[in-house]
Ligand binder design. Structure first.
Ligand code: ZN
Length: 413
């Protein structure tokens, strides 16, 4: 069979045709060792399967059956082949599953082929190593793609181990058990972060206008300079550019219009703002925005970072996902060695409910035992100040320092 043309070997209908043959005298022409394509290998394992129903293997039965019981395969058009007196091929229930399997194989094979994954040598139910179509294995042309296809071809997942690629994804052949070609799972392709530079982003030193904007918020020119806060012109508009660095390399950039419009540099990695400032620190302060990080510096704390993404609306009711699935908190996992070295993590997020939810989400991941929280001072009889920058602006740097010095242990339920 391996000598047959590709389009015949890889046509699921041909498989059904073959099954019809198996129920006839012609079966002798199709000795199992000729089934070389991976699909047939699944269908016809050399050892008995513990789950015969899932497979397209004719099951042996001592019960003789009549001619009328010959395989009725709804779509292949070959079901009227004369039946010969061999063993019962399958139970009727298997037929539907068989049909589904064939359908899954057809869809999955096309899906993966369209992605550039060569499935011709793939064996379902185990890990296959292939050339990655995304990176072609890099310079060393390593066979770096790990592909796993379910035994019934219902789903597949893959991951490229090449460090510079990391392409991964998953797909299902059918949705809700319905043989529908229409519902496809999204294929998530990992995008390597963009390499950026200050020059490449056309960042400029701060103009007096922007320095004045910060001065109103009690942030000094010196603090701006040490944190490499820059600006970027877009037409007439000047945007503040908060530069995100890791070990001295520019990783990302976040912009904020003086009228408060915010946006991030596309396709860059999300990391803590001020990350290099917490390396080897035993106390780490985490705040919610860049302005708060700069405010902390005015109060004498450089050992502070701000989260790149703001706060969630509420605490998730689910368990903390595994590290690699915890997409929203990758910035935390990626610097876990910094966090692990610290003895105290002071959560100084905003006083509103999203800010408190953020503190809780961070504490769940870091471990509540090492976490501390702050109490924002009273603004008036009914409200508290909401964040570090507000405290700095209204009460001054000493009051902000007091807030941190008086942090209390994070509650452990
Ligand atoms: Zn790759």
């Amino acid at each position: 069979m391996s000598r047959l043309p590709y389009h015949i070997r890889h046509n699921p209908h041909f498989c059904l045709l073959k099954l019809s043959f198996l129920s006839s005298n012609s079966a002798v022409l199709l000795a199992p060792k000729t089934f070389s394509s991976s699909f047939f290998r699944t269908l016809l394992p050399s050892t008995p399967s513990p789950k015969p129903c899932k497979r397209l293997v004719p099951s042996l039965s001592s019960k003789p059956i009549s001619k009328n019981n010959s395989l009725k395969l709804p779509t292949n058009g070959f079901s009227s082949l004369p039946y010969a007196s061999v063993t019962t091929p399958v139970y009727p229930k298997d037929l539907e599953e068989r049909h589904l399997d064939t359908r899954s194989w057809q869809i999955m094979n096309k899906r993966l082929t369209d992605l550039g994954i060569n499935t011709s040598e793939c064996v379902p139910g185990k890990e296959n190593r292939l050339l990655c179509p995304s990176c072609n294995g890099g310079e060393s042309e390593e066979i770096s793609l790990s592909l796993f296809i379910e035994e019934d071809w219902s789903s597949a997942k893959w991951l490229c181990f090449h460090a510079k690629c990391g392409w991964k994804g998953a797909t299902k052949a059918l949705a809700d058990g319905k043989p529908s070609d229409q519902i496809f799972n999204k294929v998530n392709k990992y995008k390597a972060p963009r390499q950026i530079t200050v020059e490449g982003l056309l960042l400029e030193p701060l103009s007096n206008e922007v320095i004045a904007y910060f001065a109103e918020r009690m942030i000094s020119a010196e603090t701006l300079k040490r944190n490499a806060v820059m600006q970027k012109r877009l037409g007439e508009q000047i945007n503040i550019a908060f530069t995100y660095w890791r070990k001295g390399a520019l990783i990302s950039c976040k912009y904020r219009g003086i009228e408060k419009k915010r946006f991030s540099q596309k396709d860059t990695e999300k990391i803590f703002y001020g990350l290099d400032d917490i390396e080897d620190e035993s106390d780490i302060i985490i705040v919610e925005g860049e302005m708060d990080k700069l405010a902390m510096e005015e109060a004498g704390f450089r050992n502070c970072v701000s989260v790149p993404d703001g706060a969630p609306q509420s605490v998730s009711s689910k368990e903390v996902p595994d590290e690699e699935k915890d997409t929203k908190f990758q910035y935390l996992w990626k610097c876990k060695e910094y966090i692990a070295k610290a003895s105290r993590i002071i959560l100084a997020t905003d006083g509103d409910s999203p800010g408190q939810a953020l503190a809780e989400e961070l504490a769940r991941r870091i471990g509540r035992e090492r976490c501390w929280r702050v109490k924002w001072p009273k603004k008036n009889d009914t409200a508290d100040f909401k964040d570090a920058n507000e405290v700095l602006m209204y009460l001054g740097p000493n009051a902000l320092k007091d807030v941190i010095d008086n942090a209390e242990l994070y509650p452990i339920p």
